[in-house]
Write a protein of this length. Sequence first.
Length: 636
Amino acid sequence: MKILYKDLLKFLKQEPSASEISESLYQLGHEHILSNEIFDMEFTPNRGDCLSAMGLARDLNIFFGYKDSLEIYEGKIERFNFDFENFSKEACPKISFLNIVIDEAPLKYKDYLDSYFINTGQKKNNFFADISNYLSYEMGQPSHCFDSTKITSNVTFEKKVCDEKFNTLLGTEINLTEENCVFSMNGKIISLGGILGGADTACSNTTKSAIVEFASFRPENILGKTVKYNINSEAAYKFERGVDIALQEKALRRFIQIVRDHSNVVSIEAQYNEYTLENKRELRLDVDKVNKILGTSISKDEFVEFLISLGFDINKNIEIPSFRNDIETDNDIAEEIARLIGYNKIQSKELQIRNKIKKEKKLDIDDIKEKFTEFGFSEVINLPFVTFKTKDSVVIDNPLDKNKKFLRTSLKESLVNNLLYNERRQNDSIKLFEFSDIYSKDNQITKKTKLAFIASGRVSHDYLNFSKKIDKKFLDKILSQIFVEVPTIEEISRNNLDTKISDKIFYVEVDLHKSQIKLPKKQKEYSRIDKFNTYKSVSEYPSSSRDFSFSISKSHVVNEIISYFDGLSQENLKKVFLFDFYKNEKTNEVKLGYRLVFQSFTKTLSDNEIREHVLKILKPVLRKEGVEIPGFESLL
């Protein structure tokens, strides 16, 4: 996120140089690049309160003093009788609407507004949308503007299961599936809540009357949607990290003021809807505990001064401000104090920790991995943090993502997600395994090393197994070569999974003990590895396959064709494999079946583009003596 130096200065009592601010930001843990008096910020996921010029300046208060310099509209606002109904108040606990009418949209913006677009590289859209984008940058409150002449009926909000097309204001069409937070009018979706508006109700350069929505959405209802629908949304980026629920009315009045700076306002009305009163969040004021965590000896007065500078209120307890969604425990408070002191200024001390973790004997798993890869399995490594809590879960006090603050007690959920991810990318032979430690808590924390694997689809893509599907018999054969006793194979139902594929899913998860494993004999020598597999990007565009059967009457040509396809490399050719082989012993005629899989990283390939690729690949083969492809003439 880019924030301008001069915009930060508006909120600071002192006038530090850009380099002085930069040094202080590093102390506070805010990574950035400073160039031409623009701070290109990289925030950790838990600091949604800093995603604005105002929020970042507020964090600098301890160094340079913070002042609320925003000019907001202080006049009377008439009541807006907007026909709106919220059916999912838990997902959107607070929402406000501004109905504002102007006489003409301005031809030129004031310097502060124009500077934002010029220096951050943001694209101008239309007057109301531009103010919405600037307000989000300045204050951290996203908003969305509807052309009020296009709102012809009542509007509803709800979190519902969708299966329909949605035309976005960006001119793209996306297919909404599963649960989404949506605004609707006459049963038709007009906005994807907290993410992106629709084309049918969007403002334009001629819009003079707008309805502006200011909402608070729970982060868990927004999280992951931009990735799923391949949308770039600044609003979603903020809502995923938490937006201050107390900011709406001030943001609404600031919006009015910016409009008044640029145009004559004919009328303004507002409607405020708050469905859930937020509970006051407090922590016990315990200086000794924070000193123990940090190894410091700060006084109570210093402690209180630090917290007040960050916007906390101190009574008997520590009252957590509404914009600090990341503060939940004493460890969080300790981290705040450490940032302000400066980690480099805290002297290191030897830390004594009682070991409460039961450890198992280490097991050399490299040979087991090798055995699985021999059978065509691929290893996956998943993050150990999950959303859902079980009775044995270990809770992380200060997680990077507050929506995933529990350690896994099983590998199953992660591997099922891995399988579905691969299926959505049209992989039809999926065999995955994972080794990982899991932690559970009863009276003490226990660590176990788990091995799990999941499999579904074709056995493999070679011609001997292409038509075979993975089943328990196939898996029993593999497991009997690894385990002393074959573990139970679970078949996972697809009924509750987001998939239309019908192939059976098989899953195994076991605790690892040396007594369970048939360890193969270790090699005495290891050959030098000169070439390593490197990461390859995954295309989000669909792949298309073409199958061809080659009839070959000259036996010496067979190896030439196999060698040709083995070494084949061409743009947009994702994969090529031999799936069928047959030799007629009487005539010596050989039939080869090859599948060509095409995929682009930049677009969906058209039939004509695939046809051109196919012709380029097959013409050299057909020039060989005695080679025919039945039906090839139809491609010409």
